[in-house]
Design a protein around this ligand. Sequence first.
Ligand SMILES: Cc1cc2nc3c(=O)[nH]c(=O)nc-3n(C[C@H](O)[C@H](O)[C@H](O)COP(=O)(O)OP(=O)(O)OC[C@H]3O[C@@H](n4cnc5c(N)ncnc54)[C@H](O)[C@@H]3O)c2cc1C
Length: 181
Amino acid sequence: MKQTVDKDGKPCRVCDSFKSWRQHEAKGHSKAKKAAAATTAAAAAVAATGSSASSIMTLADDECPPDTQVLGRATWTFLHTMAAYYPEKADSRQQGIMQSLLTSFSYFYPCGRCATHLRSEMEKHPPAVDTRAGLSQWMCQTHNKVNIMLGKDEFDCTKVDERWRDGPKDGRCSWAQDVEY
Ligand SMILES: Cc1cc2nc3c(=O)[nH]c(=O)nc-3n(C[C@H](O)[C@H](O)[C@H](O)COP(=O)(O)OP(=O)(O)OC[C@H]3O[C@@H](n4cnc5c(N)ncnc54)[C@H](O)[C@@H]3O)c2cc1C
């Protein structure tokens, strides 16, 4: 897989999967040697302490800087949840703030090609910022465009509240409705 580089010609972690980033690094970049050394040291620590190999994976997942997938998942969680709790009918001030947030976001999202794609989508289909339902649907459709581009299944947008606000009807997430803030 071709490695994505940032504007300074350095490998861009948030533009790539961790796997492809490590493959590139393993081809001789000095950080690869450090990463390999860290992995070896961690393996030695596992052997010495008897802790499980999965704890290394957890450490790596939780404490390493994000790749494009970790960042993407976290960001979609934020964006869909923000839409799910947006005012049912936003006033003009709220609409302006949301519009400006999404515009700023589309410039500063750290994966450059993702941001470019989002900006071009927003130009063709401006965010629906007037109501909660409208924004939730816009977010769902925008996410689906990325899903399609990446060869993933489309999400059923009639289920967006169930996924991001109410939880499934079988009650397995019912704690989410019981919590008071
Ligand atoms: C704005 C933005 C642009 C991106 N652009 C790119 C890109 O150009 N190239 C790239 O490689 N990656 C891009 N990503 C990352 C990519 O979308 C995924 O986040 C990443 O590949 C991880 O995918 P995933 O399968 O874990 O689930 P994600 O796509 O991250 O989805 C997380 C969860 O959201 C739910 N979900 C899925 N689709 C929808 C939907 N349509 N509506 C509501 N909920 C949904 C599902 O429950 C899913 O498990 C982008 C991310 C963002 C936030």
